[in-house]
Design a protein around this ligand. Structure first.
Ligand SMILES: *Cc1c(COP(=O)(O)O)cnc(C)c1O
Length: 348
C-alpha cells in the first residue's frame, strides 16, 4: 500500500497542449510555438558545445547566459536567474514564497499551471475573474496573499494590462506580484521598469515562444538580488545543461534575426485578425503570437473540429468562459492564409 500526500492524491495534474505524432502533416497552431526556426547561430553554438566537454558539468551559475540577458534588458546579472523553461522558475517562486495553506492567486482565464504548481506545494489557490474591460474582478484592498501571478500579455486572450494597473496591484497585495511575460516580446511594452521601481515585482520570461526554443527549455526571472538569491537556493544546481546555456547566449545575442521573426509574426497577426473580422469573427486585439477569436455562431468546438478535419490544429478550451472561441497561434503568412481559407469553408 502506498500513501501519497493528500494534496497529490487529490490533484488532477496539468494537461499540456496536444502534440500529434505525425506532426509534419498538420498546420500546428495549438501551443504558441514560433512559426520560424531558431537563429542559425543557435545551431552553430549547440554543435560547438556538443563535444568532449559534455563529460563535464555545466556552469552551475549559467553566468554567460545571465550576462547576455543582463546586457539585453539592462540589468546586472545578479538580478537574473536562468531556468529550465520558465515553468521551472514559476514552480520555484511558489516553493520560495508560499508555504502549505498560504494563498497564491491568479486571474482566470490565464495560465492554469500556476494552480497546479500551488496544489503540489499544498498552497491555497484563489482565482479572480475579469471584467468586460479586462481588469481582474473584486480583488480585496488590501489583499493578503503570498504571490499574485499576472500573465501579461494575457494568455489565452491576448490583451495587456496597463503599467498603472500593475503598479497599483503590486501596491495592493502583501506578497509578490509575478508578471509572467512569456509573450512580452510580441507586445509594445514590457514591465521591466516595474522590477526596477517596486520591490515586490518579479518578471518571468521564456525563450520558448519568441525565440523559438520551446524544445530547449529556457526561461528566466528578473527580480531584486534578494529574490534571485532565494530562488538560487531552491533550483537544481545544474538546471541548465551545456547545450541550453550555449543556445541561450546565441539566441539572445542575435537580436537582428529575433526582431525580424517577431516582426513577421506581428504583421501576420494584424493581417489574420483583420481577415477573421471580415468573416464575422470577434477577435480580441492581441499582443501575443496568438489570437483569441470567437466565430459568429459562438460554437468554438464546431470550428475546432472543422479545422482538425482539414489537419489544422488550434486550441479549444472546454472551460465555459472560453468554449465559445478558439486560441489560434500565429503561424507563417502562408499557414494563416490556408487557415482563413479553411475557416471560410467551415462557415458555409
Ligand atoms: C508557454 C508558457 C509558459 C511556459 O514557458 P516555458 O518557458 O516553455 O516553460 C509560461 N507561461 C505562459 C503564459 C505560457 O504560455
Amino acid at each position: 500500500m502506498i500513501t501519497l500526500r493528500k494534496n497529490i492524491a487529490e490533484m488532477a495534474g496539468y494537461v499540456p497542449g496536444f502534440q500529434p505524432e505525425d506532426i509534419a502533416s498538420y498546420i500546428k497552431l495549438n501551443t504558441n510555438e514560433n512559426a520560424y526556426p531558431p537563429s542559425p547561430r543557435v545551431f552553430e553554438a549547440i554543435a560547438r558545445e556538443a563535444g568532449d566537454g559534455l563529460r563535464r558539468y555545466p556552469d552551475a551559475a549559467s553566468r554567460l547566459a545571465r550576462e547576455e540577458a543582463g546586457r539585453l534588458y539592462g540589468f546586472d546579472p545578479s538580478w537574473i536567474i536562468m531556468a529550465n523553461g520558465s515553468d521551472e522558475v514559476l514552480n520555484n517562486l511558489i516553493r520560495a514564497f508560499a508555504g502549505e495553506g498560504e494563498e497564491i492567486a491568479y486571474v482566470h482565464p490565464s495560465y492554469s499551471y500556476y494552480g497546479t504548481l500551488a496544489e503540489v506545494q499544498g498552497a491555497r489557490v484563489r482565482t479572480f475573474g475579469l471584467t468586460e474591460q479586462f481588469e481582474p474582478e473584486d480583488i480585496p484592498e488590501p489583499y493578503d496573499c503570498r504571490l499574485f501571478f499576472l500573465t501579461n500579455p494575457n494568455a489565452p486572450l491576448g490583451f495587456t494590462y496597463s503599467q498603472r494597473y500593475m503598479a497599483e496591484l503590486a501596491g495592493r497585495i502583501s506578497g509578490v506580484l509575478v508578471i509572467d511575460e512569456t509573450y512580452a516580446d510580441f507586445a509594445e511594452e514590457d514591465s521591466l521598469d516595474l522590477v526596477r521601481s517596486l520591490d515586490n515585482v518579479v518578471v518571468t520570461r521564456s525563450l520558448s515562444k519568441s525565440y523559438a526554443l520551446a524544445g530547449m527549455r529556457l526561461g528566466m526571472a528578473i527580480a531584486r538580488p534578494e529574490v534571485i538569491a532565494a530562488l538560487d537556493k531552491i533550483r537544481d544546481h545544474y538546471n541548465l545543461d551545456r547545450l541550453a546555456q550555449a543556445a541561450a547566449v546565441a539566441a539572445l545575442g542575435d537580436q537582428e534575426y529575433f526582431l525580424e521573426c517577431v516582426g513577421k509574426i506581428k504583421a501576420t497577426r494584424g493581417w489574420f485578425s483583420a481577415e477573421l473580422r471580415k468573416i464575422g469573427y470577434q477577435v480580441i486585439p492581441s499582443s501575443g503570437n496568438y489570437v483569441f477569436a470567437t466565430p459568429p455562431d459562438r460554437d468554438g468546438a464546431k470550428v475546432y473540429q472543422g479545422l482538425y478535419d482539414r489537419r489544422i490544429l488550434v486550441r479549444h478550451f472546454s472551460d465555459p468562459k472560453l468554449a465559445q472561441g478558439l486560441r489560434i497561434t500565429i503561424g507563417t503568412q502562408e499557414e494563416m492564409e490556408r487557415t482563413v481559407q479553411a475557416l471560410r469553408e467551415i462557415a458555409c
